[in-house]
Ligand binder design. Structure first.
Ligand code: GLV
Length: 307
């Protein structure tokens, strides 16, 4: 019985070290040093190409090394193999840091000062209290809730939107397609933390932007596929949206000629908002493997829902 790790190469050794120390009875292998594939029972991977899956006849569980599973083609994975996504403190903390930084940088006009500095203009802008800004988070899963909880500590006015109703203290909750427009109508900043599914693909489009108040800003830390790129450029150029902070693109890496690279009101980072941290993720993977070995249920993704 063995476990195969096939994800970020640089972080592979840290995973192997954790397993060597805490589970010496388990044979933990790091791709490409995979050994005999026929005895691999657990795969932890970012991409799980069909050729690889076909070569793992004893595979019992596929663990995604990331929080999202949208890159996994469910149709290529036999139905009896459960898929488990990665929910671990490192990913959550990274996301909380990134979104807090983005919201605070917008709230405190950092991007305006970056723009005016070369002109040597000493121009203090009014600082409204955090309570005067409404931040809306789309997607109230583990990450969305952690982000909202941290933003609450700054005193922002908060609202969240989710496919199915979710309640949270200090957050006005909206749910479902019917409540999307009223949710958007009050958001000064909109954070997208949705899973990418057939229903959410392209959700950040012209119609959605039109429902936001003039001057609103967008923070997309979901997936590039949520966003209709040309609609964002149009909304920024029409000065309906003020700024966008994007951590994700489609495809990644973003094409060299893409207008996002040079747009003055887009701030772009290369999908770094949060990363799976071996130190905190390896214990969670090990715990899940132990549960599976004991015959206990795992929290698996719902293939029909897409996350
Ligand atoms: C990163 O985007 C992840 O899904 O963990």
């Amino acid at each position: 019985m063995s476990i195969l790790y096939r994800s970020d190469e640089a972080r592979g050794p840290a995973w192997a070290t954790y397993f060597a120390e805490h589970a010496p009875d388990l044979d933990f292998r790091v791709w490409p040093d995979a050994g005999d594939l026929t005895d691999v029972e657990y795969l932890i991977a970012w991409q799980a190409p069909p050729e690889l899956l076909a070569s793992l006849p004893r595979l019992k569980v596929l663990f995604s090394s990331g929080a999202g599973v949208d890159h996994v083609d469910f149709s290529k994975i036999p139905d009896h193999i459960p898929i488990v996504r990665m929910v671990e403190p490192g990913i959550i903390n990274g996301m909380v840091e990134y979104v807090s930084l983005a919201v605070l940088a917008l709230h405190r006009d950092f991007f305006d000062y970056i723009e005016t500095r070369p002109k040597r203009i000493w121009n203090p802008l009014e600082v409204p209290p955090a309570s005067a800004r409404t931040i809306g988070v789309m997607g109230m899963g583990v990450l969305g809730q952690a982000v909202l909880a941290r933003l609450a500590t700054y005193g922002f006015d908060l609202r969240g939107w989710n496919r199915s109703p979710r309640r949270m203290e200090q957050v006005d909750s909206y749910a479902g397609a019917d409540q999307l427009q009223p949710f958007l109508a009050g958001c000064d900043m909109l954070v997208c933390l949705l899973p990418l599914t057939e229903t959410t693909r392209g959700i950040l489009d012209r119609r959605l932007f039109a429902a936001l108040p003039k001057g609103a800003a967008l923070i997309n830390v979901g997936r590039g596929g949520h966003l209709v790129d040309e609609d964002l450029i149009e909304a920024l150029d029409a000065c309906h949206l003020s700024r966008a902070i994007l951590d994700v693109a489609e495809p990644e890496p973003l094409h060299h000629e893409h207008p996002f690279w040079t747009h003055p009101r887009i701030f772009l980072t290369p999908h770094v908002a949060s990363m799976t941290q071996p130190e905190t993720a390896a214990p969670i993977l090990l715990e899940n493997i132990r549960r599976h070995q004991r015959g206990e249920a795992l929290e698996v993704i719902d293939r029909s829902r897409g996350y």
